[in-house]
Design a protein around this ligand. Structure first.
Ligand SMILES: Nc1ncnc2c1ncn2[C@@H]1O[C@H](COP(=O)(O)OP(=O)(O)O)[C@@H](O)[C@H]1O
Ligand SMILES: [Mg+2]
Length: 282
Protein backbone atom coordinates (compact mmCIF):
# COMPACT_ATOMS: atom_id res chain seq x y z
CA UNK A 1 0.00 0.00 0.00
CA UNK A 2 1.31 3.40 -0.96
CA UNK A 3 2.10 5.91 1.72
CA UNK A 4 1.80 8.90 -0.59
CA UNK A 5 -1.64 10.22 -1.33
CA UNK A 6 -3.00 9.98 -4.81
CA UNK A 7 -6.37 11.12 -6.01
CA UNK A 8 -7.43 7.50 -6.17
CA UNK A 9 -10.15 6.74 -3.65
CA UNK A 10 -9.83 3.89 -1.18
CA UNK A 11 -10.18 0.51 -2.85
CA UNK A 12 -13.68 0.20 -1.53
CA UNK A 13 -16.30 2.66 -0.45
CA UNK A 14 -18.46 5.14 -2.28
CA UNK A 15 -17.23 8.18 -4.22
CA UNK A 16 -19.47 10.35 -2.07
CA UNK A 17 -20.66 9.62 1.47
CA UNK A 18 -22.93 11.99 3.34
CA UNK A 19 -24.11 11.48 6.91
CA UNK A 20 -26.46 13.65 8.96
CA UNK A 21 -25.69 16.72 6.89
CA UNK A 22 -27.36 19.92 8.09
CA UNK A 23 -27.32 23.47 6.82
CA UNK A 24 -29.36 26.53 7.68
CA UNK A 25 -29.43 30.04 6.31
CA UNK A 26 -30.37 31.95 9.47
CA UNK A 27 -33.71 30.46 10.52
CA UNK A 28 -34.23 28.63 7.23
CA UNK A 29 -33.30 25.00 7.94
CA UNK A 30 -32.55 23.81 4.40
CA UNK A 31 -30.76 20.51 5.03
CA UNK A 32 -32.07 18.64 8.06
CA UNK A 33 -29.96 15.53 8.18
CA UNK A 34 -29.10 14.24 4.73
CA UNK A 35 -27.67 10.72 4.35
CA UNK A 36 -26.48 9.60 0.95
CA UNK A 37 -23.96 7.31 -0.75
CA UNK A 38 -22.93 7.63 -4.37
CA UNK A 39 -21.14 4.63 -5.85
CA UNK A 40 -17.98 5.19 -7.81
CA UNK A 41 -18.40 5.42 -11.55
CA UNK A 42 -22.16 5.84 -11.35
CA UNK A 43 -24.50 8.58 -12.50
CA UNK A 44 -26.52 9.69 -9.51
CA UNK A 45 -29.44 12.08 -9.84
CA UNK A 46 -30.53 14.24 -6.94
CA UNK A 47 -34.12 15.21 -7.60
CA UNK A 48 -35.91 17.98 -5.82
CA UNK A 49 -38.27 20.86 -6.37
CA UNK A 50 -37.02 24.41 -6.68
CA UNK A 51 -35.61 25.49 -3.31
CA UNK A 52 -35.30 21.93 -1.97
CA UNK A 53 -31.61 22.47 -1.18
CA UNK A 54 -29.92 20.72 -4.11
CA UNK A 55 -27.48 23.54 -4.84
CA UNK A 56 -26.77 23.92 -1.14
CA UNK A 57 -25.81 20.24 -0.98
CA UNK A 58 -23.63 20.45 -4.08
CA UNK A 59 -21.90 23.56 -2.76
CA UNK A 60 -21.08 21.78 0.49
CA UNK A 61 -19.66 18.81 -1.42
CA UNK A 62 -17.64 21.19 -3.58
CA UNK A 63 -16.23 22.85 -0.41
CA UNK A 64 -17.83 26.21 -1.24
CA UNK A 65 -20.07 26.11 1.85
CA UNK A 66 -19.45 24.60 5.27
CA UNK A 67 -22.11 22.40 6.82
CA UNK A 68 -23.55 23.18 10.26
CA UNK A 69 -23.54 19.53 11.28
CA UNK A 70 -22.89 16.09 9.85
CA UNK A 71 -20.13 14.86 7.59
CA UNK A 72 -19.49 14.59 3.88
CA UNK A 73 -16.68 12.68 2.23
CA UNK A 74 -15.81 13.00 -1.43
CA UNK A 75 -13.34 10.53 -2.85
CA UNK A 76 -12.66 9.39 0.70
CA UNK A 77 -11.78 12.92 1.84
CA UNK A 78 -13.65 14.96 4.43
CA UNK A 79 -14.93 18.13 2.74
CA UNK A 80 -14.40 20.30 5.79
CA UNK A 81 -10.98 19.14 6.96
CA UNK A 82 -9.50 18.21 3.56
CA UNK A 83 -11.05 20.89 1.39
CA UNK A 84 -7.99 21.55 -0.76
CA UNK A 85 -7.58 17.85 -1.57
CA UNK A 86 -11.28 17.52 -2.31
CA UNK A 87 -11.06 20.39 -4.79
CA UNK A 88 -8.36 18.51 -6.68
CA UNK A 89 -10.67 15.54 -7.07
CA UNK A 90 -13.80 17.31 -8.27
CA UNK A 91 -15.24 19.65 -10.80
CA UNK A 92 -18.41 21.67 -10.53
CA UNK A 93 -20.52 22.85 -13.43
CA UNK A 94 -23.27 25.20 -12.43
CA UNK A 95 -26.51 26.11 -14.07
CA UNK A 96 -24.99 29.07 -15.84
CA UNK A 97 -22.22 28.30 -18.27
CA UNK A 98 -18.85 29.67 -17.18
CA UNK A 99 -17.41 29.88 -20.68
CA UNK A 100 -15.78 32.99 -22.15
CA UNK A 101 -17.91 34.22 -25.05
CA UNK A 102 -15.11 36.13 -26.76
CA UNK A 103 -12.84 33.11 -27.03
CA UNK A 104 -13.29 30.12 -29.30
CA UNK A 105 -14.26 26.78 -27.83
CA UNK A 106 -10.73 25.52 -28.22
CA UNK A 107 -9.22 28.64 -26.65
CA UNK A 108 -11.48 28.22 -23.62
CA UNK A 109 -10.23 24.68 -23.11
CA UNK A 110 -6.58 25.57 -23.66
CA UNK A 111 -6.95 28.42 -21.16
CA UNK A 112 -8.26 26.10 -18.45
CA UNK A 113 -5.53 23.54 -19.14
CA UNK A 114 -2.89 26.29 -18.84
CA UNK A 115 -4.42 27.58 -15.61
CA UNK A 116 -4.14 24.06 -14.25
CA UNK A 117 -0.49 23.89 -15.33
CA UNK A 118 -1.08 20.81 -17.44
CA UNK A 119 1.30 19.70 -20.11
CA UNK A 120 0.09 19.68 -23.68
CA UNK A 121 -2.90 22.02 -23.33
CA UNK A 122 -3.54 21.86 -27.08
CA UNK A 123 -3.84 18.10 -27.10
CA UNK A 124 -6.04 18.08 -24.02
CA UNK A 125 -8.31 20.63 -25.73
CA UNK A 126 -8.49 18.63 -28.95
CA UNK A 127 -9.31 15.40 -27.10
CA UNK A 128 -12.14 17.04 -25.20
CA UNK A 129 -13.49 18.78 -28.29
CA UNK A 130 -13.61 15.39 -29.95
CA UNK A 131 -15.28 13.67 -27.01
CA UNK A 132 -18.00 16.30 -26.81
CA UNK A 133 -18.57 16.55 -30.57
CA UNK A 134 -17.31 20.12 -30.74
CA UNK A 135 -14.43 19.64 -33.17
CA UNK A 136 -16.22 21.34 -36.04
CA UNK A 137 -17.03 24.35 -33.86
CA UNK A 138 -13.61 24.45 -32.17
CA UNK A 139 -12.40 27.56 -34.00
CA UNK A 140 -15.62 29.56 -33.61
CA UNK A 141 -16.26 32.11 -30.89
CA UNK A 142 -18.48 30.75 -28.15
CA UNK A 143 -20.84 33.70 -28.70
CA UNK A 144 -21.98 31.87 -31.86
CA UNK A 145 -22.70 28.58 -30.04
CA UNK A 146 -26.15 27.21 -29.25
CA UNK A 147 -27.16 26.68 -25.62
CA UNK A 148 -26.46 22.96 -25.85
CA UNK A 149 -23.01 23.54 -27.34
CA UNK A 150 -22.14 26.03 -24.60
CA UNK A 151 -23.23 23.67 -21.86
CA UNK A 152 -21.26 20.85 -23.48
CA UNK A 153 -18.19 23.06 -23.66
CA UNK A 154 -18.74 23.98 -20.02
CA UNK A 155 -18.82 20.30 -19.07
CA UNK A 156 -15.74 19.64 -21.21
CA UNK A 157 -13.92 22.49 -19.42
CA UNK A 158 -14.75 20.96 -16.08
CA UNK A 159 -13.06 17.75 -17.21
CA UNK A 160 -9.69 19.30 -17.91
CA UNK A 161 -7.38 17.52 -15.49
CA UNK A 162 -9.68 14.47 -15.34
CA UNK A 163 -11.34 14.88 -11.96
CA UNK A 164 -12.80 11.56 -10.81
CA UNK A 165 -15.94 13.17 -9.38
CA UNK A 166 -18.06 15.65 -11.32
CA UNK A 167 -20.97 17.70 -9.98
CA UNK A 168 -23.46 18.98 -12.50
CA UNK A 169 -25.97 21.37 -10.98
CA UNK A 170 -29.05 21.42 -13.18
CA UNK A 171 -27.05 20.83 -16.35
CA UNK A 172 -29.98 21.19 -18.73
CA UNK A 173 -32.10 23.88 -17.11
CA UNK A 174 -32.95 26.49 -19.72
CA UNK A 175 -31.94 24.38 -22.70
CA UNK A 176 -34.20 23.52 -25.61
CA UNK A 177 -35.01 19.84 -26.25
CA UNK A 178 -32.16 19.40 -28.72
CA UNK A 179 -29.70 20.99 -26.30
CA UNK A 180 -30.91 18.70 -23.52
CA UNK A 181 -30.32 15.63 -25.66
CA UNK A 182 -26.83 16.86 -26.47
CA UNK A 183 -26.00 17.37 -22.82
CA UNK A 184 -27.43 13.96 -21.90
CA UNK A 185 -25.09 12.47 -24.47
CA UNK A 186 -22.19 14.35 -22.87
CA UNK A 187 -23.12 13.08 -19.40
CA UNK A 188 -23.29 9.49 -20.64
CA UNK A 189 -19.89 10.00 -22.19
CA UNK A 190 -18.56 11.08 -18.77
CA UNK A 191 -19.83 7.96 -17.07
CA UNK A 192 -18.55 5.77 -19.87
CA UNK A 193 -15.06 6.97 -18.98
CA UNK A 194 -15.53 5.94 -15.35
CA UNK A 195 -16.19 9.38 -13.89
CA UNK A 196 -18.62 9.56 -10.97
CA UNK A 197 -21.38 12.02 -11.82
CA UNK A 198 -23.68 13.61 -9.26
CA UNK A 199 -26.24 15.71 -11.04
CA UNK A 200 -29.16 17.69 -9.73
CA UNK A 201 -32.31 18.15 -11.68
CA UNK A 202 -35.92 19.18 -11.40
CA UNK A 203 -36.67 17.12 -14.48
CA UNK A 204 -37.94 13.68 -13.73
CA UNK A 205 -37.37 12.44 -17.26
CA UNK A 206 -33.75 13.54 -17.00
CA UNK A 207 -33.21 11.38 -13.94
CA UNK A 208 -35.11 8.57 -15.60
CA UNK A 209 -32.97 8.78 -18.73
CA UNK A 210 -29.54 9.21 -17.20
CA UNK A 211 -29.26 7.99 -13.67
CA UNK A 212 -28.17 4.63 -12.32
CA UNK A 213 -29.64 5.74 -9.03
CA UNK A 214 -31.98 8.50 -7.96
CA UNK A 215 -32.55 10.22 -4.63
CA UNK A 216 -35.33 12.65 -3.79
CA UNK A 217 -34.48 15.59 -1.55
CA UNK A 218 -37.55 16.97 0.16
CA UNK A 219 -38.12 18.95 3.36
CA UNK A 220 -34.40 18.81 4.06
CA UNK A 221 -34.03 15.04 3.90
CA UNK A 222 -33.60 12.24 1.41
CA UNK A 223 -37.07 10.73 1.35
CA UNK A 224 -36.37 8.13 -1.30
CA UNK A 225 -33.21 6.60 -2.70
CA UNK A 226 -32.94 3.77 -5.19
CA UNK A 227 -32.78 2.68 -8.77
CA UNK A 228 -35.66 3.63 -11.00
CA UNK A 229 -37.03 0.10 -10.67
CA UNK A 230 -36.75 0.28 -6.88
CA UNK A 231 -38.49 3.62 -6.72
CA UNK A 232 -41.29 2.27 -8.88
CA UNK A 233 -41.78 -0.49 -6.32
CA UNK A 234 -42.58 2.15 -3.69
CA UNK A 235 -45.95 2.44 -5.33
CA UNK A 236 -48.46 -0.37 -5.16
CA UNK A 237 -48.09 -2.60 -8.21
CA UNK A 238 -50.26 -1.77 -11.17
CA UNK A 239 -53.43 -3.82 -10.95
CA UNK A 240 -55.29 -2.93 -14.10
CA UNK A 241 -56.91 -6.00 -15.54
CA UNK A 242 -56.00 -5.74 -19.19
CA UNK A 243 -53.21 -3.19 -19.32
CA UNK A 244 -50.26 -3.18 -16.96
CA UNK A 245 -48.97 0.35 -16.68
CA UNK A 246 -45.63 0.93 -14.98
CA UNK A 247 -45.68 4.05 -12.81
CA UNK A 248 -43.48 6.74 -14.26
CA UNK A 249 -40.89 8.39 -12.06
CA UNK A 250 -43.24 11.37 -12.07
CA UNK A 251 -45.98 9.24 -10.44
CA UNK A 252 -43.51 8.10 -7.79
CA UNK A 253 -42.16 11.60 -7.20
CA UNK A 254 -45.57 13.20 -6.80
CA UNK A 255 -46.70 10.41 -4.49
CA UNK A 256 -43.72 10.66 -2.17
CA UNK A 257 -43.43 14.44 -2.00
CA UNK A 258 -47.19 14.73 -1.64
CA UNK A 259 -49.61 15.23 -4.53
CA UNK A 260 -48.99 18.89 -5.41
CA UNK A 261 -45.22 18.74 -5.11
CA UNK A 262 -45.08 21.07 -2.10
CA UNK A 263 -45.23 18.35 0.50
CA UNK A 264 -48.42 19.72 2.01
CA UNK A 265 -50.62 17.15 0.35
CA UNK A 266 -51.12 13.53 1.25
CA UNK A 267 -48.13 11.26 1.38
CA UNK A 268 -47.77 7.63 0.56
CA UNK A 269 -47.00 5.88 3.81
CA UNK A 270 -44.46 3.53 2.21
CA UNK A 271 -42.29 6.61 1.78
CA UNK A 272 -42.49 7.97 5.30
CA UNK A 273 -40.31 9.01 6.91
CA UNK A 274 -37.49 7.61 4.81
CA UNK A 275 -38.05 5.14 2.03
CA UNK A 276 -34.88 3.27 1.21
CA UNK A 277 -35.99 1.01 -1.53
CA UNK A 278 -32.90 -1.18 -1.33
CA UNK A 279 -33.68 -2.13 2.21
CA UNK A 280 -37.17 -3.17 1.33
CA UNK A 281 -36.97 -5.57 -1.56
CA UNK A 282 -40.16 -7.33 -2.46
N1 LIG B 1 -27.08 32.26 0.52
C1 LIG B 1 -28.36 32.06 0.90
N2 LIG B 1 -28.91 32.82 1.88
C2 LIG B 1 -30.18 32.60 2.28
N3 LIG B 1 -31.00 31.66 1.75
C3 LIG B 1 -30.50 30.89 0.79
C4 LIG B 1 -29.16 31.03 0.30
N4 LIG B 1 -28.94 30.11 -0.67
C5 LIG B 1 -30.09 29.43 -0.79
N5 LIG B 1 -31.03 29.88 0.08
C6 LIG B 1 -32.39 29.34 0.25
O1 LIG B 1 -32.23 27.98 0.62
C7 LIG B 1 -33.21 27.16 0.00
C8 LIG B 1 -32.51 26.09 -0.81
O2 LIG B 1 -31.85 26.69 -1.89
P1 LIG B 1 -31.04 25.86 -2.97
O3 LIG B 1 -30.05 25.01 -2.30
O4 LIG B 1 -30.54 26.82 -3.98
O5 LIG B 1 -32.21 24.95 -3.58
P2 LIG B 1 -32.31 24.22 -5.01
O6 LIG B 1 -30.97 24.23 -5.62
O7 LIG B 1 -32.84 22.86 -4.69
O8 LIG B 1 -33.31 25.02 -5.80
C9 LIG B 1 -34.06 28.10 -0.82
O9 LIG B 1 -35.20 28.44 -0.06
C10 LIG B 1 -33.18 29.30 -1.03
O10 LIG B 1 -33.95 30.47 -1.19
MG1 LIG C 1 -30.25 24.94 -7.45
Amino acid sequence: MSTTETIEPPASGPAIRIRGLQKSYRELHVLRGVDLDVARGSIFALLGSNGAGKTTMIRILATLLTPDAGTAHVHGLDVTTRAARVREAISLTGQFAAVDEILTGRENLVLVARLRHLRNPGRIADDLLDRFALTDAAGRRVSTYSGGMRRRLDIAMSLVGEPPVVFLDEPTTGLDPQGRLEVWQAVRELARQGTTVLLTTQYLDEAEQLADRIAVLHDGRIIADGTLAELRRLLPPATVEYVEKQPTLEDVFLAIVGGNGTGTGTTVDTAAPTARATEDPR
